[in-house]
Design a binder for this molecule. Structure first.
Ligand SMILES: Cc1cc2nc3c(=O)[nH]c(=O)nc-3n(C[C@H](O)[C@H](O)[C@H](O)COP(=O)(O)OP(=O)(O)OC[C@H]3O[C@@H](n4cnc5c(N)ncnc54)[C@H](O)[C@@H]3O)c2cc1C
Length: 286
């Protein structure tokens, strides 16, 4: 690892000033679970490391105007076990429980996970499913970015070098929604997904699909959202579920890697999309 200067500001204004001063020569560090590995592998060699751990303005979880507002330094474990999440958005706790191990979830932060821009993580597909927005802040002010516009490419987000992610705003899922999350793990329980799928469905009083959302992770440079419009108004056993799942074959673009070939992952994306959608439909209250 190369030498670097370590900064530990306490105020957001000081973080902004350091980012303005050092821009591309600086890296923010939150839990360090990804960044330290990248630094050890010399994939990233910052001259300045800006530690966020002492910035109290980056801590906290709240519900404001029907949205769960999660500050960037919240760890996965804090969010997974937070009473507001367990009561009002248990889907989040369910998915975060699949991230690595408890030890990693105790350190890894929501802001660090998002900023890593890795669609193989469990978060990106979930945040896309829930139509979340992130807040990026700098000395010039704040901007809110829809999650669908946030991820640009492998390990790349729209965050500018002088910005940091300060919070994520997540509209609460409807209380009557059925939810399912599938993480296909061909290797070990604490691995990244080869394919992941998340679905959220509501059923109307007359037993028809009222709304349906489906997202996939690990199968393209960014998480992807399936087009599920055709399912609305259909019976719960509609053959269009197969059509929606099959249509993803053209949308996914997975990597050949240790978790499987691109062709295999493409097949699994279709299988897991269909199963996850069916499970969310089954679980949706009538
Ligand atoms: C062994 C192992 C197994 C894992 N398995 C999984 C898994 O199964 N599923 C999964 O989803 N993830 C998995 N992960 C990844 C883990 O979720 C990420 O490492 C973690 O979310 C990153 O958060 P962090 O706080 O540690 O970020 P850091 O490592 O501190 O930072 C990551 C990146 O984000 C930047 N950054 C940090 N905070 C901010 C901010 N507020 N604003 C802007 N940029 C910021 C940093 O500069 C860096 O580029 C695994 C990691 C390890 C080490």
């Amino acid at each position: 690892m190369e030498n670097f200067e370590f900064h530990a500001p306490r105020e957001l204004a000081d973080v902004y000033a350091l980012l303005d001063e050092h821009e591309y020569d600086a890296r923010l560090i939150a839990g360090g679970t990804s960044l330290v590995t990248f630094m050890k592998q010399q994939l990233v060699q910052p001259d300045h490391l800006i530690h966020l751990g002492k910035v109290s303005a980056l801590r906290g979880v709240d519900i404001i105007d029907g949205e769960l507002v999660v500050k960037a330094l919240t760890t996965y474990r804090e969010l997974e076990t937070h009473p507001l999440v367990l009561e009002q958005a248990p889907q989040i706790a369910e998915v975060l429980g699949h991230v690595a191990t408890i030890r990693i979830r105790e350190s890894a932060t929501i802001g660090g996970g998002l900023s890593q821009g890795d669609s193989a993580q469990d978060g990106p597909g979930l945040w896309l499913l829930l139509n979340a927005r992130v807040v990026l802040s700098s000395s010039s002010g704040q901007r809110e970015v829809a999650i669908g516009d946030f991820f640009e490419d492998y390990f790349t987000t729209v965050t500018e070098p002088n910005e940091l992610l300060t919070e994520i705003r997540i509209p609460l899922p409807p209380a009557n929604a059925g939810f399912a999350y599938s993480k296909f793990l061909p290797r070990s329980e604490d691995d990244y997904a080869a394919v992941s799928a998340a679905a959220l469905v509501t059923i109307s009083k007359d037993g028809k699909i009222e709304s349906a959302r489906l997202t996939l992770g690990s199968v393209a440079p960014t998480p992807i959202r399936a087009d599920t419009d055709s399912l609305v108004g259909q019976p719960t056993d509609t053959p269009l579920i197969d059509t929606v799942a099959e249509s993803l074959r053209e949308r996914v673009d997975p990597l050949d890697d240790v978790r499987g070939s691109a062709a295999y992952k493409t097949d699994m994306a279709v299988v897991f999309a269909r199963r996850t959608l069916q499970l969310a439909i089954e679980r949706a209250p009538r």
